[in-house]
Write a protein of this length. Structure first.
Length: 137
């Protein structure tokens, strides 16, 4: 399943992105927790977990699923991919329940973009879980 979270730029340094620019956090969710995550603002891809890693990474992730209307679901996502690196793969931290995501690169050309993100994804059909979705509301 692909979960899409609408987001907007809160602040950006090192890239020509204005506050309020539309963004999307996208995650391919899998029951085995081998999720994929990307962050795009405007035409710029700020982060993609499938980019080649050159360096070190500490990766933690958690996705929760909630029942929606008539066979649909929504997800929340916590994703933290940090560590010293070079090359294409940037660093990212996403906490949709906290309504924040950040993508950055320390190596030149460096940048940091802070994003306000939806708490839950747009609805999608089906479920990525093998078990029943969580119902906490």
């Amino acid at each position: 399943m692909t979960a899409r979270f609408h987001a907007t730029v809160r602040s950006a340094t090192g890239l020509a992105l204005r506050k309020g620019t539309s963004c999307e956090v996208r995650s391919v969710l899998r029951a085995n927790e081998q999720h994929e995550v990307s962050i795009r603002c405007g035409t710029l891809e700020l982060y993609n977990s499938t980019d080649l890693l050159e360096g070190k990474a500490q990766l933690t992730s958690e996705a929760r699923e909630y029942p929606g209307k008539a066979g649909t679901s929504q997800a929340s996502l916590a994703w933290h991919d940090t560590g010293t690196r070079s090359g294409l793969r940037t660093q990212a931290s996403v906490d949709t329940q906290g309504r924040v995501a950040v993508a950055w690169r320390d190596a030149a050309p460096s940048f940091r973009v802070e994003i306000e993100v939806q708490e839950r994804s747009a609805s999608y059909e089906g479920t990525f879980l093998r078990a029943s979705p969580v119902n906490d509301r």
